[in-house]
Design a protein around this ligand. Structure first.
Ligand code: ZN
Length: 321
């Protein structure tokens, strides 16, 4: 069979962008890639139309031999059914794999974006060469994916790897899931921004937080994790303290994950991981301090950036061939 007949299609229904890529199996570069920012009007049907158009653009006149999909929300991976989107209404119970199978006449595999990104990083990025790999994305939310011997570990209900909802402080702030003190409620981008606003509005020592406030023109409502990270790099002690707290919360969660699954490498992706040393140092220290003795584990920064889910979709498609 020629490479031409074995072209695969990778699709990404992400929170900030929709993307498609055509890839030759095993290749480390996209033959063609196209993406658009998610449209401001949120519609599942419109997103599907856009992704089909992007697919046509990257495929040209060719038909894909298999299709892999990364979806920004929980899915029933075995059936390829979307449970809901974190970003767009009307996705509930949509049979995405079946719909794409009918459209392209090819096998289709679907995973949530954290699992897809884990698979992408394992095969082409920071997880290369490992047999036991944990990927954690820290951005608007905190998600994760576990790859064991080249296969995603899903758990009984497809909820394995939800490291963002491991409780690390039962009295901590409220989480999006309704409970208190999850990793996500302490270490996500919005959690870091909320903590900065909280500390800036309460009593703090003179000079602390000054750089954060400068960066947002004095408007605390504009603070995001990005400004906190920038301020920490410029020596703002309050910003450094906020990132240390967030990093320690994540590191504490990682220590529990290390005890349970003993990964040889953990890769951290997502915007917050780009904060660098002021965040990663506390993550690594807390993980080492609280981890079960004897576990060897490297904690590294992910390599594929925003394309990790798309690469994971390519790996999923390849497995269908
Ligand atoms: Zn939670």
């Amino acid at each position: 069979m020629s490479a031409r007949e074995r072209l695969i299609l990778a699709l990404d229904f992400g929170g900030t962008k929709l993307a498609a890529a055509a890839v030759e199996p095993g290749s480390r570069s996209f033959r063609a890639r196209a993406s658009v920012p998610s449209p401001p009007e949120k519609s599942a049907e419109a997103d599907r139309d856009i992704v089909l158009r992007l697919a046509e653009e990257v495929l040209g006149s060719e038909c894909p031999a298999a299709v892999g999909v990364s979806f920004g929300g929980p899915v029933k991976a075995e059936e390829g059914v979307v449970l809901l989107s974190h970003h767009v209404p009307d996705w509930e119970d949509f049979p995405l794999a079946e719909w794409l199978r009918e459209h392209f006449g090819a096998p289709v595999a679907v995973e949530n974006d954290a699992n897809a990104a884990a698979l992408g990083e394992w095969r082409f990025g920071a997880g290369r060469g490992t047999r036991h790999f944990l990927y954690v994305t820290v951005s608007t939310g905190v998600g994760g994916g576990i790859v064991i011997e080249g296969k995603l570990y899903h758990g009984a209900d497809g909820l394995a790897g939800e490291i963002g909802h491991m409780v690390v402080d039962p009295d901590g702030p409220r989480c999006t899931c309704g409970r208190r003190g999850c990793v996500e409620a302490l270490a996500s981008g919005p959690a870091i921004a909320a903590r900065a606003r909280e500390l800036l509005s309460s009593h703090h020592r003179p000079g602390e937080g000054k750089v954060i406030m400068e960066l947002v023109g004095g408007d605390p409502g504009r603070i995001t994790a990005r400004e906190v990270a920038a301020a920490a790099h410029r020596g703002d002690p309050l910003a450094a303290e906020i990132l240390r707290e967030a990093g320690e919360a994540l590191g504490f969660g990682l220590a529990q994950a290390i005890a349970l699954i003993n990964p040889e490498r953990i890769a951290l992706g997502g915007g917050v991981a780009k904060a660098g040393a002021p965040f990663l140092g506390p993550v690594r220290n807390a993980a080492r301090r609280h981890a079960f003795p004897g576990a060897r584990v490297e904690i590294v920064v992910a390599e594929l950036g925003d394309d990790a889910p798309l690469w994971g979709a390519a790996v999923l498609a390849e497995a269908c061939l």
